[in-house]
Design a protein around this ligand. Structure first.
Ligand code: PEP
Ligand code: MG
Length: 571
């Protein structure tokens, strides 16, 4: 059987399935015979939970650093909290009930109490207690818990969805690929898969109910296909394809240290999109000429509190120094939408992609913004920093952000702290009003980077995460292309450079068009860089301008897509 989804990360992988399914836990209520035995069962479950958490804490420290592993330290403290432990033991004694029943009730009571508190910090503890309580319950009921950062065998993970923290922790040696029910090409799970260079197919809707643990699957990340229990013949066919793909990739490495130039000598820049400093290895291996987008929000996720100025400074410094003098565009916090930070306790919203997010939060909670800007400025002396604001919809926001940046500069100066004096400050163009006022914005910023992932969803009113309307989510829409053209022209009129860091920048069929429209910089997943460099070398400026003209004369996304695919031999 072949299931068709959305190809999120290229490559072929085959292995048995590891199905991650959230089971509903049923808690029995039983009168116990021996109270001592029941208390001992409870104590054993606490000890087992402690041992598991210590192991996870140790591993998290190695993989993600001490600060990020702190959350597990907090979980360990809950396991030795006498309030909780004594309440459960007392309950077992007085009611003569089974440990899981008393534990479940106790945890729920504590969660309720903490959730009702006014103090935000205390409210956050409710989630921790729930988490640790769930672990103890599973241990009492002998329900297995899977830790995907520590697996014994090679697997393909199949899940409803994966949190960015799951993908970040995945053991790349063992997780050969992954498959999810939900998500689209630009959902963050897909973006993480590309940065980990793990083949992935997303948006398969019901794959978690059609696949069983241990089924053997082949995933084709390019075609978005998942073959379930294929025949030996198919397995062999895909083993050959897999070898060909690996050979093609290694052949491309000859272009690693080359510039990106068209046949007639026009040079453009190919940058990489990264989520953490750990991605640098892949970026350098794939011959990036810079970082076109560093999504700093991952620094703020999967931890119990905001990252300190010092932690951020270290992360930014590592990236800037690691890239030597190559340009590094670091985007200020872009939280919200599908990227949540639980400890900020942001209210649940009906339309999170249109809500209180990104620059809007930074201009409101200026302490968070100032800490990040201070860290960025301090790190600026180690490389070629360019600061970029996300989700800009008007010139007022740019002015407000720049005023805060000036304040931070003055503060640092008065403290005698060094920072670079000539870094560029640019903005993402990902909201239609920013594209439409790009003539105004270009006068007050140093560069634009077009964020097609969001620009497409806002311009066409198509949720980038919703697989039911994925066919409507397209960069080939003539309206989207007209906006891109306008932004490039307006940027150039004011003499600033225009890049693109949305996923469209790395799509081979779009590259000739974007070149023809005059795009200066393309930023993409590291693995897309060498194929893009190879493609650019086959094009000419005049040829791409003709392609752009032809595209502008076409009327439907379908025609444009078919034409551009034929240009690059994909039709
Ligand atoms: C974009 O919107 O195109 C973009 C690059 O940002 P993100 O995918 O992080 O929203
Ligand atoms: Mg965006």
């Amino acid at each position: 059987m072949v299931a068709k989804g959305i190809g999120a990360s290229k490559g072929i992988a085959m292995a048995p399935v590891l199905l991650l399914k959230e089971e509903t836990i049923v808690i029995p209520e039983i009168k116990v015979e021996s109270i001592d035995q029941e208390i001992q069962r409870f104590k054993d479950a606490v000890e087992k939970s402690k041992a598991q958490l210590e192991k996870i804490q140790h591993l998290a420290e190695e993989k993600m650093g001490k600060e990020k592993a702190e959350i597990f330290g907090a979980h360990l403290l809950i396991l030795s909290d006498p309030e909780i432990i004594n309440t459960v033991e007392k309950g077992i004694k007085t009611e003569e009930k089974n440990a899981e029943f008393v534990l479940d009730r106790t945890i729920n009571n504590f969660v309720e109490i903490f959730e009702a508190m006014d103090d935000e910090y205390m409210k956050e503890r409710a989630a921790d207690i729930k988490d640790v309580g769930g672990r103890m319950l599973k241990n009492l009921l002998h329900i297995d818990m899977i830790n995907i950062s520590q697996l014994d065998e090679e697997v393909i993970i199949v899940a409803h969805d994966l949190a960015p923290s799951d993908t970040a922790q995945m053991d790349k040696e063992k997780v050969l690929g992954f498959v999810t029910d939900i998500g689209g090409r630009t959902s963050h799970t897909a973006i993480m898969a590309r940065s980990l260079e793990i083949p992935a197919v997303v948006g398969l809707v019901t794959i978690t109910s059609t696949i069983k643990n241990g089924d053997y699957v082949i995933i084709n990340g390019e075609a978005g296909e998942v073959m379930i229990n294929p025949s030996q013949e198919i397995i062999e066919e895909y083993q050959v394809k897999q070898k060909q793909y690996v050979a093609y990739r290694s052949k491309l490495l000859r272009l690693k240290d080359e510039a990106t130039v068209t046949k007639d000598g026009k040079q453009v820049e190919l940058g990489a999109n990264i989520g953490t400093a750990k991605d640098l290895k892949g970026v350098l291996y794939n011959g990036a000429e810079g970082i076109g987008l560093y999504r700093t929000e991952f620094l703020y996720m999967d931890r119990p509190s905001l990252p300190t100025e010092e932690e951020q400074y270290e992360a930014y410094k590592a990236v800037l120094a690691g890239m030597a003098d190559k340009p590094v565009v670091i985007r200020t916090l872009d939280i919200g939408g599908d990227k949540e930070i639980p400890y900020l306790n942001l209210p649940k919203e009906m339309n999170p992609f249109l809500g209180y997010r990104a620059l809007r939060i930074c201009l409101d909670q200026t302490d968070i913004f100032k800490t990040q800007l201070r860290a960025l400025l301090r790190a600026s002396i180690y490389g070629n920093l360019k600061i970029m604001y996300p989700m800009v919809s008007s010139i007022e926001e740019v002015r407000q952000a720049n005023a805060i940046l000036d304040e931070v500069k003055q503060q640092l100066e008065s403290e005698g702290i060094a920072f670079s004096k000539d870094f560029e400050v640019g903005i993402m163009i990902e909201i239609p009003t920013a594209a439409l006022t790009s003539d105004i914005l270009a006068k007050e910023v140093d560069f634009f980077s077009i964020g097609t992932n969001d620009l497409i969803q806002y311009a066409t009113a198509v949720d980038r995460m919703n697989q039911n309307i994925a066919h409507l989510y397209t960069p080939y829409h003539p309206g989207v292309i007209r906006m891109i053209k306008m932004v490039i022209e307006n940027g150039h009129k004011e003499g600033i450079w225009v890049g693109m860091c949305g996923e469209a920048a790395g799509e081979p069929p779009l590259i000739p068009l974007l070149l023809g429209l005059g795009l200066d910089e393309f930023s993409m997943s590291a693995t897309s860089i060498l194929p893009a460099r190879e493609l650019v070398a086959t094009l000419t400026t005049e040829g791409t301008q003709e392609i752009a003209e032809k595209v502008l004369s076409l009327t439907t996304a379908e025609e444009i897509e078919a034409y551009l695919k034929s240009v690059v031999g994909l039709a």
